[in-house]
Design a protein around this ligand. Structure first.
Ligand code: ATP
Length: 302
């Protein structure tokens, strides 16, 4: 049975995480990833959101040591990266922003090639996932549709039964049916509570659907990394009719207050407190993760 949010939150503080990233920093000429911290306990799906160029792929590549970080500590299943890289990579399945598949090969040949690198390769799991995704082994990679290629990459990433999946935008460009299949597969993957997934995405509804934890990166910095339910619980859009609207600007619990045709609106990140102290006429609207994401990362000047 999946654990409750509260149990998960406790795990977040106590158990040894599957992924522990501390103060990760990487500087390019025009961009800096600054002091990124991520903690991913077992049994968790973390959605990693950020606008184009926010630094999601850079973070994931640095975790996998595909690019050299400037500063910071990375531990996977308690093992330091890159010192324990070989042992770590036996426990991690990674699909990058451009899946590395040889288009001239068949799926069979691709599997044969990958098999030799993993002592814990599980042929039964491979067969099961190929069947689940409807991928024929004799098909050439070049003959697979985009969605099929994503699924093929996932079959490969899971073939050695990793504890941790790191997926860079696994659902981007897929139709809703394939997206749902991929999301269901990720939910199954963490079902026994011993494995975790970190997946980046622009599709906030996918993250809202399956993630337990949401991390938002903006311009190389973490805006928040929080349990999804408590995050959505503490934010509200507050709508105030015009006669009591002047209170909106006075409340220290509201931000981004603005006048609208029907009155005033503002936002609060401390809804429970707001409820206790707010007077007069108002009503609260729950935000979708997409609205929250735009609210916190959208820039006024754009
Ligand atoms: N090898 C590189 N050399 C210099 N700059 C780079 C390099 N790789 C990435 N960058 C820069 O780092 C920034 C972050 O890029 P990154 O690909 O990590 O963002 P992202 O959040 O994954 O974006 P998207 O959602 O568009 O895929 C960008 O400004 C990009 O131009």
């Amino acid at each position: 049975m999946k654990k409750s949010r509260r149990e998960k939150t406790m795990d977040h503080n106590s158990e040894q995480p599957l992924l522990d990233v501390r103060n990760l920093t990487k500087t390019y000429s025009d961009f800096q990833l600054k002091d990124v911290n991520l903690v991913l306990p077992a049994g968790t799906i973390m959605g990693f959101l950020g606008r184009n160029g926010a630094g999601k792929s850079t973070t994931m590549k640095a975790i996998m040591d595909l690019i050299k970080r400037d500063e910071g500590d990375i531990h996977i299943l308690g093992m330091p990266m890159p010192e324990e890289e070989v042992a770590v990579k036996e426990q991690v399945g990674y699909v990058g922003d451009t899946p590395l598949l040889n288009h001239a090969w068949t799926m069979e040949r691709t599997l044969q090639f990958a098999r030799q690198f993993y002592p814990n390769w599980n042929e039964e799991a491979v067969e099961r996932n190929l069947e689940r995704f409807g991928i024929a082994k004799d098909k050439k990679i070049s003959e697979l549709s985009k969605g099929m290629k994503v699924k093929a990459s996932l079959v490969l990433a899971m073939a050695h039964e990793p504890k941790l999946l790191l997926l860079d935008e696994p659902t981007s460009g897929l139709d809703p049916v394939v997206r749902t299949e991929v999301l269901e597969m990720l939910l199954d993957f963490v079902q026994d509570e011993s494995r975790s997934v970190l997946f980046s995405s622009h599709i906030t509804s996918d993250v809202e659907k399956i993630a337990d934890w949401v991390t938002v990166l903006d311009d190389g910095q973490i805006v928040f990394s929080e349990d999804k339910e408590s995050l959505l619980d503490r934010y509200r859009r507050i709508v105030i009719p015009s006669e009591s609207g002047e209170r909106a600007n006075e409340s220290p619990l509201l931000f981004h207050c603005q006048t609208t045709a029907g009155g005033y609106i503002g936002y609060t990140d401390r809804f429970q407190q707001f409820q206790r102290f707010a007077k007069g006429n108002w009503h609260a609207e729950r935000l979708t993760l997409e609205e929250l994401f735009v609210l916190l990362t959208g820039r006024k000047e754009e």
